[in-house]
Design a protein around this ligand. Structure first.
Ligand code: UD1
Ligand code: CA
Length: 497
């Protein structure tokens, strides 16, 4: 598609009182982007020469957000004169004085207007050589909207605001979306002579249509059957409805491209998420931000991933992950918490009730149960025993722990950083390791066990424990060679030096 040269003016100066929020309306998020972010993304699809955002309420917040998401956009401040007409006039002040391209006007609070619909409006405008073109359509409840007044032949005469409308005009169901394409010169001239003689004492941009009509210029109205493209978000009830609709559309498009979504009603994906074919999303999954999931991965149930990368064939069950990278065929969960900087190698495992942060876990390595792994570099094919803690914080600074390939850290080991466990080294269960363990060594750091024989009989006579012990020793005496444990046995997690 080739477009005429154009500038887009995005209106975002309104107060948005019905949101009842200390946050500017256009900064409220929807599907991982601000409302304004959605509007800008559609505006940018026209590849405009200039993009201007008109601001006033929460001006500094909006301008700061804009600098972040679209630094090239121009900011225009609306003065104290109210109305959409004045807003556009202020927006035009940010353009070069001799700018002669088409001027497109959109709203910062209309998040679901799609690039194709906007392009269609501009194309129709250009093809007809129109002075003004407007996007119109029907919504379930037209109350509050400007109505499109047509003559007997269907030609657009003007747009009348709800508050200025007569009974018969209020019955019109066709509304003005407020999205337009203008001949720049015509727009400038029209705005220059615009008044505020109406029920709200505002400069109505819609007055331009009557002017065009009076001058015999061409007016085009293009329609869309999709009410979500026409409507803006005014309150939080609408915000939720638009969020649900956006999500429904995103999921539908992912399903058509080969993603299994078991329960679309409980699955939420942000606009920038990318999913490969044959990904499966189980119920209760939220994929947010810049999350990418490769083929054959299974996510959920009940899992939230924010800015994560999940490689092919990985499984993540009932977990919460931020800024984590999960390797091919790796598994996570249930009930684990992966914080930024976590990378899990191919075939690795982060099991149940594990928290990780800034942790590189190598290929085939496992942290199967109940551990905290913070500021760690763990090699390949390592096993971290249950309830191990990487003690990374001395109260002032964070320190790193290194664990070499094929090392086996015994259950309930405290690894007091900075510390290094060499390749193929072991630690004994229950050790507090604060010195390096060389490759192949066993690090042991715990008190030796001592059994005080007959203690229960002496100190807890007559207790249930004493009775049980008595019974056991009687039985032991009866079978003589009974069940004495093999004191030399080495079981994993209970290593003895
Ligand atoms: C406007 C239209 C109405 C249309 C409706 C669609 C006019 C006179 N009326 O209604 O025909 O059906 O939009 O939603 O144009 N804004 C500013 N500065 C202002 C006023 C508004 O930037 O002084 C911005 C708002 O931030 C918002 C948009 O313009 O993004 C529309 O404002 P809103 O007050 O919702 O619309 P109305 O003027 O009531
Ligand atoms: Ca509105």
């Amino acid at each position: 598609m080739t477009f005429p040269r154009c500038a887009v003016v995005v209106l975002a100066a309104g107060e948005g009182t019905r949101m009842r929020s200390s946050t500017a309306k256009v900064l409220h998020p929807l599907g991982g982007r601000s409302l304004l972010g959605h509007a800008l993304s559609t505006a940018r699809s026209l590849r405009p020469d200039h993009l201007v955002v008109v601001v006033r309420h929460s001006r500094d917040d909006v301008a700061a957000h804009l600098a972040e998401i679209d630094p090239e956009a121009l900011v225009a401040d609306q003065d104290e004169v109210k109305g959409t007409g004045r807003a556009v006039w202020c927006g035009l002040q940010a353009l070069p004085e001799d700018y002669d391209g088409t001027v497109v006007v959109t709203y910062g609070d209309v998040p679901l207007l799609g690039p194709q619909t906007l392009a269609g409006l501009v194309e129709a405008h250009t093809a007809a050589g129109a002075a003004v073109s407007v996007l119109v359509g029907e919504v379930p409840d037209p109350t509050g909207y400007g109505r499109v007044v047509r003559d007997a032949d269907g030609a657009v005469l003007r747009i009348v605001e709800d508050r200025d409308a007569e009974e018969a005009e209020r019955a019109i169901r066709e509304i003005n979306s407020g999205i337009y394409a203008f001949d720049g010169e015509f727009l400038r001239a029209g705005l220059a002579g615009m008044g505020t003689d109406n029920a709200q004492g505002e400069m109505y941009l819609t007055d331009i249509l009557e002017l065009a009509r009076a001058k015999g210029a061409v007016i085009v109205a293009t329609g869309t059957p999709d009410r979500f493209e026409l409507e803006g978000v005014n309150d939080r009830v609408q915000l939720a409805a638009f969020g649900r609709e956006l999500n429904r559309r995103l999921l539908e498009s992912w399903m058509r491209s080969g993603v299994t979504v078991v329960d679309p009603a409980s699955t939420w994906v942000d606009v920038d998420v990318r999913l490969a074919p044959d990904v499966t999303l189980l119920p209760g999954v939220q994929l947010r931000g810049d999350t990418r999931v490769e083929t054959d991965a299974v996510i959920g149930p009940d899992t939230t991933l924010v800015d994560c990368e999940v490689a092919a064939g990985a499984h993540i069950v009932r977990s919460h992950a931020l800024g984590a990278r999960i390797g091919e065929g790796a598994s996570v969960g249930p009930f684990s918490y992966l914080r930024p900087g976590t990378t899990l190698g191919p075939g690795g495992k982060i099991g149940g009730f594990v928290e990780t942060k800034n942790a590189e876990i190598g290929e085939g390595s496992m942290v199967p149960h109940l551990s905290y792994v913070g500021d760690a570099t763990i090699g390949a094919h390592v096993n971290i025993g249950a309830a191990t803690v990487f003690v990374n914080y001395d109260g002032v600074r964070k320190h790193r722990t290194m664990v070499g390939d094929h090392a086996r850290v015994g259950s309930d080991t405290m690894l007091v950083a900075p510390v290094t466990i060499g390749d193929g080294a072991y630690t004994a269960a229950g050790s507090v390791i604060d010195q390096d363990v060389p490759p192949g060594a066993l690090g042991v750091a715990r008190g030796r066990q001592r059994n005080v024989e007959g203690w229960v009989a002496r100190r807890r006579p007559g207790s249930a424990a004493a009775t049980a012990a008595e019974r056991a020793s009687a039985a032991g005496a009866a079978t003589e060679n009974g069940s004495a444990a093999d004191a030399g046995e080495h079981r994993e997690g209970t290593l003895r030096p």
